[in-house]
Write a protein that binds this ligand. Structure first.
Ligand code: ZN
Length: 330
């Protein structure tokens, strides 16, 4: 087989697609996915979440879900001691602005007796309109002020708008209020969680019904005062090609970007390495890579030869920093 290194096989994944009221059709038109709906908001590209699971496309594990590999073949992921595959990687197409939302952290989820994890996420801006902005953070100084402004619907005064351009990378910690604006395509790496609390949904109706808001939870989990600012946006446009550039390393994940313009070798020395092709085409150890492909290089894969013209995003979990043994490689 050509897509192997020693006995380690690359896991090529078939994504799952999720309809959203604010979704569009650009994942079909620009990423060549075959979609049945023109309201696909999210491609769950690398997912072991029960709400939409990736399945292995070919090879030894063809047809297996990522979560079943996690349960039965933990050696593929460096035998990490965690209940669930820790990451969820998505492509997001917002034809309309998404709700004004916030996600809880792990502690809040646990305290509420909910299943799963909190959600810290990060975005790479694949595409956006000229002179675009995103809502990231808010202007309230105290919880009382936040609550008053939310109840009075003073969204213009409350929301912090930040200028953003194509190729920007943004970290959104749990507790940070945010939206994705109309016209954005975003590549998101996040904790494996599907818990979203909605502050405001622009009065939108689906089949005559407004979507549920979660004002109490929103007020509980939103960080006040907000410490977000332009400085949490990393510009990747001028990064040198053919090198892995670390964009973030936090408790939940590590993310890299690499543009490939000539044959290059990378070393897979992490518990696992998620890789997504955001543009171009090429080869990895002889296997074809196309825009919209998502794969995992398993534990112990070692060196991978990549060639072609490619824009790649990669992710894994930090190993040393995690306390209490979880996340360590046995
Ligand atoms: Zn979010």
């Amino acid at each position: 087989m050509d897509y192997m290194s020693g006995t380690k096989e690359i896991l090529f994944l078939e994504p799952k697609f999720v309809e959203r009221v604010w979704g569009g059709n650009r994942l079909a038109t620009e990423f060549q996915y075959h979609l049945q709906s023109d309201r696909i908001g999210e491609c769950w590209a690398v997912s072991a979440h029960e709400n939409g699971e990736s399945v292995v496309k070919r090879g030894l594990y063809q047809g297996k879900t990522l979560s079943s590999l996690w349960q039965e073949h933990r050696e593929l992921f460096g035998n990490i001691d965690l209940d669930k595959f820790p990451l969820l990687v998505k492509l997001i197409d917002a034809r309309e602005t998404s709700s004004i939302q916030v996600h809880p952290d792990n502690a809040y989820v646990k305290a509420q007796g909910l299943e799963g994890l909190g959600k810290t996420e990060c975005w790479y801006v694949v595409d956006c309109p000229e002179n675009a902005t995103l809502v990231i953070g808010h202007n309230a100084h105290t919880k009382e002020e936040l609550s008053q402004m939310v109840n009075a619907g003073q969204w213009n005064d409350l929301l912090k708008e930040v200028p953003v351009k194509q190729g920007d990378f943004i970290q959104i910690e749990a507790g940070v209020l945010h939206t994705i604006e109309a016209g954005f395509i975003v590549y998101e790496t996040q904790q494996n969680s599907d818990i979203t609390y909605r502050f405001y949904d622009y009065g939108r109706k689906i089949d005559g019904q407004k979507r549920e808001l979660h004002i109490k939870e929103c007020l509980d989990v939103t960080l006040v005062p907000d410490k977000t600012s332009e400085k949490r946006i990393i510009s990747t446009q001028d990064m040198v090609a053919n090198e892995m550039h670390e964009l973030i390393c936090c408790d939940s994940y590590q993310v890299w970007k690499m543009d490939v313009t000539r044959p290059v070798t990378i070393e897979q020395k992490y518990p696992f390495l998620v890789m997504s092709v955001l543009d171009g085409e090429g080869l990895i150890d002889g296997a074809k890579l196309c825009k919209g492909d998502h794969l995992i290089l398993p534990f112990g894969y070692g060196k991978a030869q990549i060639q072609g013209t490619l824009k790649l995003m990669m992710s894994s979990v930090p190993v040393q920093e995690t306390a209490g043994g979880s996340g360590s490689v046995r």
